[in-house]
Design a binder for this molecule. Structure first.
Ligand code: UTP
Length: 291
């Protein structure tokens, strides 16, 4: 199995980020000075992905513009001899070949992935959600692709979460666990903590095969009235071996406020040009507040 294509669903309403996400897609909210979606695209590129399909919706045109050439802006930067900024702007538009398709009605993540059917064709493909930003030595989607190539199976990216947190995610029932992997036997989307089969949570990265599409087409609406990818994967697990892989990364749940703030502070502290002053500021702030 060789994985060269990635699908990035970004059509959701982003209601947890209102009012910020009313006129700006939540994927365009910056972590330090880069939109969240750029971190996700960079992860795909670092894993060797060659083509990306963005699933978008009305009002998300700024995501496409972000990855497109902007001749006018480049000309202005060139004229003003702002070489450094020009390089940064060009880097984004040169990153990778990006295609888009619109999800006309936001019927859920499963429905969004189904919109990628034509782009995917007969190839295996990666799925990356913008809600989870990953900091790791090796790109998380690359870790999953490696496991998919080794086993020939579709793979779900997972990490352990606290039991009281599992109701935000899909919970993985599994068998035959060894090292970082396990065989998926069942999946439950957003279970009550006491009903979750495990605290192994599905966290926004997948390697899938085209046999998911006929299943998605038949999957009824589930939790929240949405067509859930987790429900389709549960059906897939009944038909063929499906692997869960516990990836290695610091994960930020940037779809909610706490995760977004943590990512902002930690990414700023990792930036060579920002970290010294920002660290000093944080220390001073804590001292003033008696922390
Ligand atoms: P979320 O439920 O986390 O995103 O979906 P959301 O709906 O945008 O956010 P809230 O819950 O209203 O705050 C996970 C991912 O699936 C995409 C979202 O864009 C996000 O990347 N998604 C969700 C779609 O592309 N289409 C949908 O119909 C639903």
């Amino acid at each position: 199995m060789e994985v060269n294509k990635a699908v990035i669903p970004a059509a959701g309403y982003g209601t947890r980020f209102l009012p910020a996400s009313k006129a700006i897609p939540k994927e365009m909210l910056p972590i330090v000075d880069k939109p969240t979606i750029q971190y996700v695209v960079e992860e795909a590129v670092a894993a060797g992905i060659e083509e990306v399909l963005l699933i978008t919706s009305k009002g998300k045109e700024s995501i496409e513009n972000h990855f497109d050439f902007d001749m006018e802006l480049e000309a202005v930067l060139e004229e003003k001899e702002k070489e450094d900024l020009l390089e940064r702007v060009r880097y984004v538009s040169d990153l990778i070949s990006i295609h888009t398709v619109r999800q006309k009605e936001q019927k859920g993540l499963g429905h969004a992935v189904a919109c990628a059917k034509t782009f995917v064709g007969d190839d295996p493909f990666a799925v990356l959600l913008g809600d989870d930003v990953m900091y790791s030595d090796k790109p998380v989607i690359g870790q999953l692709i490696e496991h998919a190539e080794k086993t020939g199976c579709p793979v779900i990216g997972c990490q352990e979460v606290a039991r009281e947190e599992i109701s935000k995610y899909g919970s993985v029932q599994h068998s035959d666990r060894s090292g970082r992997r396990a065989r998926v036997t069942n999946l439950i989307e957003k279970p009550a903590p006491e009903e979750a089969p495990s605290t192994l949570a599905v966290l926004g990265r997948y390697v899938l095969t085209p046999d998911i599409f006929p299943i998605l087409a038949e999957t009824p609406r589930g939790v929240g009235g949405e067509i859930q990818l987790t429900d389709a994967l549960k059906t897939l697990a009944d038909k063929r071996p499906l692997e869960a892989y516990k990836f290695k990364a610091r994960r930020y749940d940037v779809g909610q406020l706490q995760g977004f703030l943590e990512a902002t502070v930690e990414y700023a502290l990792r930036r060579e040009d920002v970290k010294a002053d920002f660290h000093e500021y944080l220390q001073q702030l804590l001292t003033e507040r008696g922390g």
